[in-house]
Design a protein around this ligand. Structure first.
Ligand code: FES
Ligand code: FES
Length: 174
């Protein structure tokens, strides 16, 4: 089957079996290896990417289901979370962190001022290094940065809007 897959703003024409997990297409056909394989059964979140800004687990998503969508991977994410992750020294081994960042970006998009309880409930990605307290701090730091930027028109223009690079407009989704 030939499909057009839009990833990080670029359209790729691919010949794939429609039930191939999106994760394998991203990693093996497109070389986007920032998205990781962990469990392969949708349990760990290492493979988290965005479809229209919503977090999905690409190891269990058939590529055909993403064919008409905007896919964003960690390589296409531009978000205050990334600076917050560095400032809070969140990663340990780092393996889970691209998935954590994608999940956190989707959380802040849905809930710009999450409580710690919101974070604990929403962030179901696993981390074997147990970086959960720093993940929480990183999300809170990024949330504060986004709120500060929203209060300053100049900063707001400097693209700290916390959206995916490839986030669609309302008309894109029609
Ligand atoms: S590799 Fe996809 S959820 Fe674990
Ligand atoms: S930082 Fe090592 S698994 Fe999360």
């Amino acid at each position: 089957m030939q499909i057009d897959l839009k990833v990080n703003g670029a359209v790729h024409k691919l010949e794939v079996e429609p039930d191939t997990p999106l994760l394998w297409v991203l990693r093996e056909q497109l070389g986007l290896t920032g998205t990781k394989f962990g469990c392969g059964i949708g349990a760990c979140g290492a493979c988290t990417v965005h479809l229209y800004g919503t977090a999905v687990r690409s190891c269990i998503l058939p590529v055909a289901a993403a064919a008409a969508a905007e896919v964003t991977t960690i390589e296409g994410l531009s978000h205050p979370l990334q600076e917050a992750w560095i400032a809070e020294q969140v990663p340990q081994c780092g393996y889970c962190q691209s998935g954590q960042l994608m999940a956190a970006a989707a959380l802040l998009r849905a809930k710009p001022e999450p409580t710690d309880q919101d974070i604990d409930q929403s962030m179901t990605n696993l981390c074997r290094c147990a970086t959960y307290p720093r993940i929480r701090q990183g999300i809170q730091r990024a949330a504060r940065a986004l709120i500060t930027a929203a209060q300053s028109p100049e900063d707001q223009q400097q693209s700290t809007t916390g959206t995916d690079m490839a986030a669609p407009s309302a008309t894109d989704q029609q």
